[in-house]
Design a protein around this ligand. Structure first.
Ligand SMILES: [Zn+2]
Ligand SMILES: [Zn+2]
Length: 239
């Protein structure tokens, strides 16, 4: 099993746990350097550096670290990778303080699970922020278009790699066990908002749908997302 799985020209998925449960992504920049999208859990950095090595690259070749959002399974490796690469992270402007403080945004307490988890620790090592991104912006080096899809967290973003026609949904939609579902809604800051803003993802131009949780869908990615949006499902009862 390679550490870096090519999913399109200039873009790789990097599973950082077993069974594709948590993924990061690597994108080739126009000048040959690399952009990293998401940093996995705290123990993910060795998997990410192994993926870089497969691409004949070192942490110093990573010139940007973009976070879809400030949850510990996406930002957990950010502090260590910022140190290794010498780069601060890029996060949506609404997520900057959460990344700098190493704390996840609140959970939706409209769910019993959200209330039960109120006191459970969900932080991560605080990481430096080099750049705040905004909706619609093009991260030009990587060719990633920023699509703000708030709800899961206030600054959650999905990212469109226009050159390869690949959408990285982030936690807007999951693809665990080959089923599209909402993320665990109790983990969202505002579950109703995440369901509302995800509808945007059916309107973008792409052929591969890539997920931070679960494997990508190639070729028919947009059709699969549209089918899900027409018939959405939760991960399980109460979730
Ligand atoms: Zn999340
Ligand atoms: Zn997640």
């Amino acid at each position: 099993m390679p550490a870096a799985i090519a999913i399109g020209p200039g873009i790789w998925r990097v599973p950082t746990t077993r069974w594709d449960l948590v993924n990061s992504f690597v994108v080739r920049n126009t000048d040959g350097s690399l952009t990293l999208v998401d940093t996995g859990l705290r123990q993910a950095p060795p998997r990410i550096t192994a993926a870089l090595a497969e691409l004949d690259a070192a942490p110093a070749d990573v010139t940007a670290i973009v976070l879809t959002h400030a949850h510990s399974d996406h930002a957990g490796g950010a502090a260590a990778l910022a140190t290794m690469t010498g780069r601060g992270v890029t996060a949506h402007e609404a997520e900057v303080s959460a990344v700098r403080e190493g704390r996840a945004p609140g959970r939706d307490e409209g769910f019993r699970l959200g209330r039960l988890l109120r006191r459970m620790p969900d932080g991560f090592d605080p990481a430096p922020v080099a750049r705040a991104m905004v909706d619609g912006e093009l991260l030009a080096d990587a060719g990633l278009r920023v699509h703000h899809t708030p709800g899961h967290t206030p600054g959650h973003c999905s990212l469109l790699h226009e050159a390869s026609g690949t959408l990285i949904t982030g936690d807007a939609i999951w693809n665990m066990r080959s089923r599209r579902t909402w993320p665990v809604l109790a983990f969202c800051t505002d579950a109703a908002q995440t369901e509302r803003t995800a509808t945007l993802l059916g309107d973008l131009e792409y052929t591969t749908a890539a997920f931070t949780h679960g494997p990508e869908i190639r070729g028919q990615g947009r059709e699969a997302i549209r089918e899900f949006l027409a018939h959405p499902r939760r991960l399980g009862p109460g979730l």
